[in-house]
Ligand binder design. Structure first.
Ligand code: ADP
Ligand code: MG
Length: 706
């Protein structure tokens, strides 16, 4: 067991951020003029001058070396959804057999690396394999400490020689710019002259499972695919819901304590932790921050969860569906808009002006979610999430918005031209029209909606637990920016702005309220109702991704300079290929485990029963039960053999097509169902085979022992 952290000797206020080159640290380490320059660069008012970068790099180097750093790395988010880093040491030979520690402004702000092994979706010919990384100045550099030593990590964006985005950060930053621009137009049109900048804020709730490492190591499926491809449910699942918010077990508590400390050191605001619904499932939520910082922090959190779990003899599973039969893991993406002068634009206000603003923004969001529902759905489309969305699990694949009755009622009344809001709150006249005052606690709780308003933010619940949150936020920001730009056009050209606000809300909400649904999103009635309303129900990754190629999508991205056509197309191909590869690995692991571990085990146990039954018969005892069981297992072993054979054939067929889309379709239509068929036979056999013959740790061990 690892040393417990002594928070008395090292108070959290000192520990927090001690490995983060935050603005507070920069203020200490940089000359005042440089620090102010940097603030201006962070605010987007200026470009970083090389002379400034040199001074920052020097301070960063001194700070990092003082803390034991030997290397630096440009840390980035390639399209694999993971993070990547290439380490360079600070050493520079002096020519006389000695070295200096060097780190220049150029090295800080721009890196160059051979990027040919990262997916580019055809954007980068192999002969032009160079990729560049550029410092994202708004996300602080930090130190990572592990067995390699201490490394200075500089959060960067990754692009090609021709400026194409090769990562998830570049489009995210572009989408934040676009949203800032359009939302600022709205604020200005509403008469706000003081706000300078609008950012999107995000707080992602990360779910994960923990399993004992000794069991994990005996499961090739967990090791190679992150999920169990076989495994029958024990008598107890999650039906008692006794794990949810339950007392945290001692081993997990020690892990969480260390996890928090590790994250706090790097300046990640780990805040909430608790047991989740499924056994051995947990959640970690940070305090929200600016989106790009939240994206970096979440990647760090995922990496650190795995690392710290290992130190405690456990393995963390970030897969969306590690176990059949119990809940999977998601990542609730809490999202809002904030101004540089401290306003949350999704906070219902206290006066008519702020109410009008609030209602305008939420109306825009409803419209964006309705118009671009397929795009939002695509942002959560990965193989692992196919087990959740549209399968028998939450949330449904249909995108809807939850508002709660009060807020929906207010919007409905505006549409109907009735100004009075429900529940007794008085209305306030706004010129000829009226916008109601809003009750303080405006939203109820709803856990079944994929896009729920939760009082002062929206919670997008479709995102998968293993995913980078960059893409969901990129699409969301862009969709909202698009609607805001149309609202802004109308507002800016209006004579009577107050009247126009009402018109905009009425027109938009009456057209898009079909996406608002306050009921139970898991019910069958909702499926029917949604179909009647014409809402798309996109069940699989393969069906979801093609939206990236649609004309409206590409025009949307181009209008806001978030992705070019070539960039969008390349992403479509990369994501599809990733899907196919993942299914290919899972099916391959199944075949291998079936042939080399499970088929032999079933056969061996059947044979042993047969032998035992022979021995019993020899003494004239009844052997009927043993015989019956042996026959049943022999039968199952034949079925396992046949289904494995079919899976092998399906896999070969799926590997055939050259074209990415046909290939992914073949995986979904041929391979995935055949995987289920094989699994059903194996899981049935597992229930009948004596434990000591079964070569895999069981669900009971994986889910209930820690
Ligand atoms: P719950 O599970 O009840 O939804 P949690 O406390 O687990 O809530 O998580 C809520 C998340 O929402 C936290 O990460 C929190 O920081 C984040 N959040 C709160 N306010 C905002 C906001 N204005 N913008 C973005 N995220 C927010
Ligand atoms: Mg939560």
């Amino acid at each position: 067991m690892h040393d417990p952290i002594d928070f008395e000797a090292m108070p959290i206020t000192e520990l927090f951020g001690c490995n983060c080159f935050s603005n507070a640290v920069m203020r200490e380490w940089l000359p005042k003029t440089t620090y102010n320059e940097l603030l201006a660069v962070q605010a987007g008012e200026k470009e970083m001058a090389l002379s400034v970068a040199d001074v920052v790099a020097d301070a960063m180097k001194a700070w990092a070396i003082e803390k034991g750093a030997t290397h630096f790395t440009h840390w980035f988010h390639p399209l694999t959804g993971l993070t990547a880093e290439k380490h360079d040491s600070f050493i520079a030979p002096t020519g006389d057999g000695k070295v200096l520690m060097e780190f220049s402004g150029k090295e800080l702000i721009k890196g160059e690396s051979d990027a040919s092994s990262f997916p580019s979706g055809g954007l980068r010919a192999t002969f032009e394999a160079r990729g560049y990384t550029a410092w994202d100045v708004t996300s602080p550099a930090f130190l990572k400490q592990d067995s390699i030593g201490t490394t200075l990590c500089i959060p960067t964006a990754f692009f090609s020689y021709y400026g194409h985005a090769l990562d998830k950060k570049v489009p995210l930053l572009r989408s934040m710019d676009s949203l800032n621009k359009q939302a600022m137009r709205i604020l200005r049109a509403l008469g706000n002259g003081t706000t300078k900048r609008i950012i999107t804020t995000v707080g992602p709730e990360q779910e994960y499972f923990l399993v004992d490492k000794k069991y994990f190591d005996e499961r090739p499926d967990l090791m190679l695919t992150g999920r169990t491809v076989f495994g029958s449910m024990p008598a107890k699942g999650q039906e008692m819901e006794d794990h949810y918010y339950g007392a945290i077990n001692a081993r997990v508590a020690a892990f969480m304590r260390e996890l928090n400390a590790e994250l706090w050191k790097m300046g990640v605001t780990a805040k909430t932790q608790h047991n989740e619904v499924a056994p051995n499932q947990f959640e970690l939520a940070p305090i929200f921050s600016m989106t790009n910082v939240a994206v970096d922090a979440n990647q760090l959190a995922m990496e650190t969860i795995k690392k710290v779990a290992n130190r405690h003899g456990m393995e963390a599973l970030l897969h969306e569906k590690p176990f059949a039969g119990v809940n999977g893991s998601g990542k609730h993406n809490n999202w809002s808009l904030a101004t540089d002068d401290g306003l949350n634009l999704l906070e219902p206000g206290e006066n008519p002006d702020s109410n009008a603003r609030f209602l305008l923004f939420i109306t825009a969001i409803v419209e964006a979610v309705d118009r671009y529902a397929p795009l939002l759905r695509a942002s959560a489309a990965i193989a692992g999430n196919d087990h959740r969305l549209g399968a028998n699990e939450a949330p449904p694949a249909i995108i809807s918005v939850f508002f709660g009755d009060q807020l929906s009622d207010i919007l409905e009344r505006i549409v109907d031209g009735k100004a009075h809001s429900a529940k007794g709150s008085h209305t306030i006249e706004l010129g000829v029209t009226s916008i109601p005052t809003l009750p303080i606690d405006i939203s109820d709780r709803n856990r079944t909606s994929p896009f729920a308003f939760t009082g002062n933010k929206f919670e997008f619940r479709m995102v998968g637990s293993s995913q980078s949150i960059a893409t969901p936020n990129t699409y969301l920001n862009t969709a909202v920016a698009d609607v805001l730009s149309e609202f802004a056009d109308k507002l800016e050209s209006a004579n009577d702005r107050i009247a126009v606000i009402q018109d905009i809300i009425r027109e938009s909400y009456s057209k898009h309220r079909r996406v608002v649904f306050n009921g139970n999103g898991y019910s069958d009635e909702w499926l029917k109702e949604a179909e009647r309303r014409g809402l798309p129900n996109i069940r699989s990754t393969v069906d979801a991704l093609p939206v990236l190629l649609q004309k409206e999508t590409i025009e949307l991205f181009e209008r806001h300079k978030v992705l070019s056509r070539a960039e969008a197309e390349s992403r479509f191909h990369i994501y599809l290929e990733k899907y196919s590869k993942q299914i290919n690995i899972e099916a391959g692991v199944m075949i291998d485990m079936s042939k080399r571990m499970l088929f032999p085990a079933i056969g061996a146990f059947a044979a042993s029963l047969a032998r035992d039954s022979g021995s019993l018969a020899a003494i004239g005892a009844s052997s009927a039960a043993l015989e019956k069981r042996a026959r049943r297992l022999a039968e199952l072993s034949g079925e396992v053999y046949d289904e494995t054979d079919r899976l092998e054939k399906a896999l070969l067929e799926a590997q055939e097509p050259d074209e990415a889309f046909s290939q992914a379709k073949a995986y979904r239509d041929r391979v995935v169902p055949q995987m289920a068929a094989l699994r059903a036979k194996v899981d049935a056999a597992e229930k009948l085979v004596e434990k000591k013959y079964w070569p895999l740790p069981t669900y009971e061990e994986l889910l209930f022992k820690l």
